[in-house]
Every structure is written in structure tokens, then in C-alpha cells.
Design a protein around this ligand. Structure first.
Ligand code: S3P
Length: 746
């Protein structure tokens, strides 16, 4: 497409790195017929000619622009106006003009002043690329490859002119973005202009200090890294600071304010405030490429399309520990943040979902250290100590974060908006918005009760008695957490027992919660007291290996320190009912949660009708159980599991489709599935599986490969990182043969 571009006559005004690199890029790709150049310095023009960048030059700018189809103005911002005045009467009626300046508002005003407010053929542009080198000799035809170029079209910008400039940038490999003029200048003030101002200022301050010799003698690491950009062109930056004065001052004032607070924290030895700033900044810096892409810290890169090639495996063996429990990790951050005092967490799941919760609380002003090898230190702010976050809370793929936070946010004095990725944006939130509305909260959802959720602050909540319409621990927890802020008593009655981590952990933080049969009750007015939390391994992650070892003859593994909360052990009960060999060893209690080591040996499984009372107790494990059912002898029937259709994907459909692809006789029903197992002699065929970006679908089919007769290709596995970081590595230790394809190393 780019090779089709051919611009007959181009004029380039200003023969510096930026303009020359663009021209060189276009030239080597054969997009230009004739190029004429102009520069204040004769030397530069002669050099550009001898280098073959331009075909002609003139000391008279009028000669250069006459008859040009495209005029590239690549001069310091304050010089743009005089260039426009010099060329105004010499450009053709169809000439398109463009610039490359770092401030768009000032150039837009100059264009309006010189060429007229409605001049439509000037396309404002700004390539985000550069180098510490400058001048004609530094011209680099690759400078813009995969670099952003921001175009700031205006209402009156001519469509053909815009298209020409766009294709001239695309031809040199740039990634184009559009922004409004004002937004561009605001964003660049913060991301580029302020850092340059600070770098110049710091070097100047230190250079003027009487100890400057010492400083510069020892100025390795920090000084050098922080001030590299102070070696840029002073004229260019003087112009940029002046041209973007208003936006720069705004962001500078904000920075000065925060710097004064930091100064005060240093002066007063306020370690918590310092840790707050440093941990927030580190988290932001670690993920800064994602922030630049205007995504939250935790969103898996969409470009990272990861596939697993799962080859037929061997028997699983060994003893190992899977990562921390996701449900408990979420709750440790939430309750630790709202407690008085400092909560220490170990075994925290460093997966994308629980990190989304962690980041949300950092965004609301909580100082959280870590995670570092599963250790997190949370400096609690008390039930009423959260602060309004600067932006919408971005919760990635995590339904638990959004639903539990909805309850907590309903009790705050500030408004909050919560959004998520494509999958979360499709999930039902009416189930939490409805009971919260009954409590007096104002919660807006998008159409069909989907995210984003907007929770209004400052509502006076009233306790309710709520009969859960579905067995959902997330909805139960949401209502109970809102109950912490609601007048009087709040209770929830569930149709079937669901995971009770919220209730247990509230008690662990010293909060009174009464459980009577299927009813849970609490009253507001209490406080949470910081504590220590040891997060057990996640039985939902362990489940993949339980199934893997069960279906693969000769396997014998032990999974250490697995949470065996009675509301989570459905997978053990179901596999045992199918004939699985599962021993629960060394049972103990850790921080209010039962834990054990679990030994699994291969066994000949048989099909069963899964008891409906086990469904909520194994709700996340069904994708793996479907794989076990396919390997069993006879038919397995699942009913009463319609909730599976509204998880990270429609898990009934995703699993049935995948199994059928691999040659299994499986059909979905409204609330479950019927699977004909192939038994001990059978195996999965090879094939390509669409995981629907659902972590548990991906990991389940990885386990299926153990009994595969040919490789299984599993697409879109990046979200495995939401719940099971290190899955591929741990699988290799156990004996699986997974090859990862794609990803960008993030
Ligand atoms: C969870 C509850 C379950 C489960 C989810 C985690 C929790 O969701 O599927 O992975 O931590 O409370 P539902 O409440 O929607 O069943």
C-alpha cells in the first residue's frame, strides 16, 4: 500500500533531523519524485544536496515552495510564523502543508493568523521520535518505524490533505494517532515538556552549586539517567516552553505541589507517605508502556496473542505448590486497606486479577508495599480513609474485583467509575447493582446491566435482608461489604452454600459476622483491625493438576498447602465420585482457612451425574472437570450450572466446542452438558482450540493434551496470567509438554 504513494514535488523547510529523516524515509521507499529544500544555513542545504536528500535548494524560500504538492515545515516552533509569511504568496492552490512541532495550539494560531482561520490544507502533525543527534547527517530512514505520529486534525481540515499527510507518515512505518489540538498539548506538557524543564533545571541548579565539581565527578547512575534530555537543543525547548505556556504551567504547579508534600514527608520523617509515593511511582514506571498506551497497569497486552502448542505428554510426577488463592488474595487487599494498622500478607497471588484490586486501592490512596515473592504490606487507612481515585478504576478481566468493590464503593463519600476489559465488559452487573439500589445506593450500569459501573458517593445506605437469586459468593460479598457502611443490620440468605472467604476474613480482622444456616448477618459500626494473612494455594489452580494426574496413567503428584475450605472442595468430591484417587494429607488451619497437601494418583474414571449440590462448590473447576469427564468411561451429566454461561466466557459453550473439535461426543444444555467419555482406550484428537481469552479454558485444554494423540493448539492464552502466573513453567516441572508461541516479552 505504501509503495503506491508517489508525491511529485515536495518542499522541506528546515533541514534538521526530523524533516530530513522523513524525507530520507520517503525517498528510499520511492515515494518522492522531486524534493527541494530550504534552510537558514547554506551548509545544511549543500550537505542535503550532496547526500541526495534533496534535488535542489534555493536561498529564496519562494523558489522552493512554488509548485510543491507537499510542504513540510520542520523548524523551531517560534520560527513557523515567519516561514508561513514568507511562503504565503508563493504556494499553489492545491499545496498541502504540514509541520512536525511539539506544540500544536501555537502552530494552529500561526496558521490561522497568516493563512486565514479557514485555511484547510495545513495538517498539524507531531512525530514522537527523535535522537540526541541532530542535523542532515543524522537523518535516518528508519527513525519513524513503529513510532507514534500524532495528527491533530481540525474541523475545517481538508480530507484529501489529511489523507496525503497520513499516507506520507504511514509510508515511513509510523503508527498514526489522532488527537484534538488542545488534548495533544495537555498530554505533551505532562509527558515531555515538564520532564525536559525539570532536567534542565536540575542540571542548572547543581552546576551552579559550589560543589559542582564533586557532583559532576561522581555523576554516574541517577544524575546521568535523569538529566540525559538536558543535552537537547536549547532553542527548540525555549520555543516549546513558551508556546505551550498554559498547559506547562498547570502541570508544573501540580508537580510543585506534590514536590512540597514530598519535601514535608522527608522533613517529618513520614515513612508511610514516602512509601506511598515511591510504591505508586514504581508500579506506574514498571508498567509505563501500558500507561502510555492509555491502558491500566494490569491489562494484559492485547498484542500479546499467546498460543500454547500442547504436545502429548507423559505421566505427571513430583511435589509442588501452585500460586496463591485468587479469592483470598483479592479480599486480603480490600480488608487490609480498610483496616486500622498494617496488614502483612504472604502467599499473595501475583496474577493480573488480584493485581487489579491492589492497583485500585493504590489509586484510592492506600500505601501498599510489594508484592514481592507473594509478600504484601498494606498500610490500612480505616473504613473511612479511602480517597477519591484520579481516574476510573480499571479492573481488567476481574469480575471479583468489580463486584466486591461495587459494594465497598457504595459506602464511600466520593463517586467512582469502574471499567474492565472486553470480557468483563460483557458480564452481568445487575446482580450487584440491584441489591445495592435496595440499600439506597446509586449505581449506574451500561446497557443490559453491563460495565462500566458508576457508583455515586455520599449515599446513606440502609441495611437490608437479601435473598440471593443465584448462588454467588461475589454478590453475597458485595452486599455484606456494603453492609459495613449501611445503617443497622445487613443479611444475605443464599440458595446454596458458596465460598465464605469474606465472612472468614472479616472475622480474622476482628469484625463480628454471624452465620446461621444459609444466612449471614453483620451490623455496621465496627472496625477492622490489621492482621497477618497467609494465603493458601488456590484449589482452583490445583484442580488442573488434579485432573491432569487423574487422567494420565502412571501419574502421582502431591500439591502442597492447598486451601480446602469446605465451600471450595467440590472438585475433590466430584473426582472422587468419578473414581479418582485423591488423598487429603496433613490437614491444618492457617489464618482461619483450612489447608492440606493433596496427593493425586492416576485412576480409571467413570462418568457420573454430578450432584447439583456440588456445583457452587466447584464452580470454577468445571472446565477441568469436563476434560476428566471426556477421559472417563461412560456418560457424565452436568445440570444446574447455568452460572457457567456468565463467567469469563460462556464456559459450557467454550468447553463443548473445544471437546467436539478434539473428537469428543459432548453436547451443551441450557444449564450444563452431557459428555460421552472415551474411556481408558481412547484419546483426544489433535486440533485448534479457541480459549475465548478465558484462562481456565486454556489451562483445561493444556491438561487434555496429556491424553492427546496429536498436538492441541490453544489460542489466546495470555489471560492465564490473570490467575496462574508461571503455569507453563510449573507444568513443565510436572511433566507437561507446552510450547508457547507469540507474546511480546512484556
Ligand atoms: C468468586 C466467586 C465465584 C467464582 C469467582 C471468584 C469470589 O463467582 O466464580 O472466580 O472470589 O467470590 P460467583 O460469585 O459469580 O459465582
Amino acid at each position: 500500500m505504501s509503495s503506491k504513494l508517489l508525491i511529485p514535488r515536495v518542499a522541506v523547510i528546515g533541514l534538521g533531523l526530523i524533516g530530513c529523516s522523513w524525507i530520507k524515509g520517503l525517498r528510499v521507499r520511492g515515494c518522492l519524485e522531486e524534493v527541494r529544500g530550504y534552510d537558514r544555513n547554506l551548509d545544511s542545504m549543500q550537505l542535503a544536496l550532496s547526500e541526495g536528500l534533496i534535488d535542489a535548494y534555493s536561498e529564496n524560500i519562494a523558489d522552493v515552495v512554488r509548485d510543491a504538492d507537499l510542504i513540510i515545515i520542520s523548524v523551531p516552533i517560534m520560527a513557523v510564523k515567519s516561514v508561513l509569511e514568507a511562503v504565503r504568496d508563493h504556494i499553489s492552490e492545491t499545496a498541502v502543508l504540514t509541520d512536525v512541532g511539539s506544540v500544536k495550539g501555537a502552530v494552529a494560531s500561526d496558521v490561522a493568523a497568516v493563512l486565514g482561520a479557514n485555511f484547510s490544507r495545513f495538517v498539524l502533525g507531531h512525530p514522537i521520535a527523535g535522537s540526541e543527534k541532530s542535523g542532515v547527517m543524522a537523518a535516518n530512514e528508519h527513525l519513524y518505524v513503529h513510532h507514534k505520529v500524532i495528527i491533530t486534525p481540525q474541523d475545517h481540515t481538508d480530507k484529501d490533505a489529511l489523507a496525503l499527510v497520513r499516507s506520507a507518515w504511514q509510508a515511513v512505518g509510523a503508527d498514526l494517532e489522532h488527537m484534538s489540538v488542545d488534548h495533544h498539548d495537555e498530554v505533551l506538557a505532562a509527558t515531555s515538556h515538564l520532564p525536559h524543564l525539570l532536567a534542565y533545571s536540575l542540571v542548572d541548579t547543581l552546576a551552579n552549586s559550589h560543589e559542582n565539581k564533586e557532583i559532576f565527578n561522581y555523576a554516574a547512575g541517577g544524575f546521568r539517567d535523569f538529566t540525559r534530555i538536558a543535552a537537547s537543543s536549547p532553542v527548540m525547548w525555549r520555543d516549546i516552553f513558551a508556546a505551550n505556556k498554559d498547559h506547562l504551567l498547570k502541570t508544573l504547579d501540580l508537580f510543585s505541589h506534590d514536590l512540597s508534600s514530598l519535601r514535608a514527608a522527608v522533613e517529618q520523617g513520614d515513612a508511610t507517605t514516602l512509601m506511598g509515593v515511591l510504591t505508586r511511582a514504581k508500579a506506574a514506571r514498571d508498567h509505563f508502556s501500558k500507561i502510555l498506551a492509555r491502558r491500566a497497569y494490569v491489562e494484559p497486552m492485547k498484542t500479546a496473542s499467546i498460543s500454547y502448542i500442547a504436545n502429548p505428554g507423559k505421566a505427571l510426577s513430583g511435589s509442588f505448590r501452585v500460586p496463591g488463592d485468587k479469592s483470598i488474595s483479592h479480599r486480603s487487599i480490600m480488608l487490609g486497606s480498610l483496616a486500622n494498622g498494617t496488614t502483612e500478607v504472604t502467599g499473595f497471588l501475583e496474577g493480573e486479577d488480584s493485581l487489579a484490586t491492589l492497583q485500585a486501592f493504590r489509586d484510592m490512596g492506600v500505601v501498599i508495599e510489594g508484592p514481592h515473592r507473594g509478600r504484601v504490606t498494606i498500610h490500612g487507612v480505616g473504613l473511612h480513609g479511602l480517597q477519591s481515585p484520579p481516574n476510573a478504576l480499571y479492573l481488567g478481566n476481574s469480575g471479583t474485583s468489580m463486584r466486591l468493590l461495587a459494594g465497598l464503593m457504595a459506602g464511600q463519600s466520593f463517586d467512582v467509575e469502574m471499567s474492565g476489559d472486553e470480557s468483563l465488559s460483557k458480564r452481568p452487573m445487575g446482580r450487584v447493582a440491584d441489591p445495592l439500589a435496595l440499600m439506597g445506593a446509586i449505581v449506574d450500569t451500561a446497557e443490559g446491566g453491563r460495565p462500566p459501573l458508576k457508583v455515586k458517593g455520599g449515599s446513606d445506605l440502609k441495611g437490608i435482608h437479601y435473598d440471593l437469586p443465584m448462588a454467588s459468593a461475589q454478590v453475597k460479598s458485595c452486599v455484606l461489604l456494603a453492609g459495613l457502611y449501611a445503617e443497622g443490620e445487613t443479611s444475605v440468605t443464599e440458595p446454596a452454600p458458596t465460598r465464605d472467604h469474606t465472612e472468614r476474613m472479616l472475622r480474622g480482622f476482628g469484625y463480628d459476622v454471624i452465620t446461621e444456616g444459609n444466612k449471614v448477618t453483620l451490623r455496621s459500626g465496627g472496625e477492622l483491625t490489621a492482621t497477618e494473612i497467609d494465603v493458601p494455594s488456590d484449589i482452583s489452580s490445583a484442580a488442573f493438576f488434579m485432573v491432569g494426574a487423574s487422567i494420565m496413567p502412571g501419574s502421582d503428584i502431591t500439591l502442597d498447602h492447598v486451601g480446602i475450605n469446605p465451600t471450595r472442595v467440590g472438585v475433590i468430591n466430584i473426582l472422587r465420585a468419578m473414581g479418582g484417587s485423591i488423598d487429603v494429607l496433613n490437614e491444618r488451619e492457617v489464618g482461619g482457612e483450612p489447608v492440606a497437601d493433596i496427593r493425586i494418583r492416576s485412576a480409571q474414571l467413570k462418568g457420573i451425574h454430578i450432584p447439583e449440590d456440588q456445583v457452587p462448590l466447584a464452580i470454577d473447576e468445571f472446565p477441568a472437570i469436563f476434560v476428566a469427564a471426556a477421559c472417563a468411561e461412560g456418560e457424565t451429566v452436568l445440570t444446574g450450572a447455568e452460572e457457567l454461561r456468565v463467567k469469563e466466557s460462556d464456559r459450557i459453550q467454550a468447553m463443548v466446542d473445544g471437546l467436539v473439535t478434539l473428537g469428543v461426543n459432548a453436547v451443551g444444555t441450557e444449564d450444563g452438558a452431557v459428555i460421552q467419555g472415551f474411556g481408558p482406550e481412547g484419546s483426544f484428537g489433535g486440533g485448534e482450540i479457541d480459549s475465548q481469552h478465558d484462562h481456565r479454558i486454556a489451562m483445561s485444554f493444556a491438561m487434555a493434551s496429556l491424553r492427546g494423540s496429536a498436538p492441541i493448539v490453544i489460542r489466546d492464552c495470555a489471560n492465564v496470567a490473570t490467575s496462574f502466573p508461571g503455569f507453563v513453567e510449573l507444568s513443565a516441572t510436572a511433566g507437561l509438554e507446552l510450547v508457547v508461541e507469540g507474546g511480546d516479552g512484556e
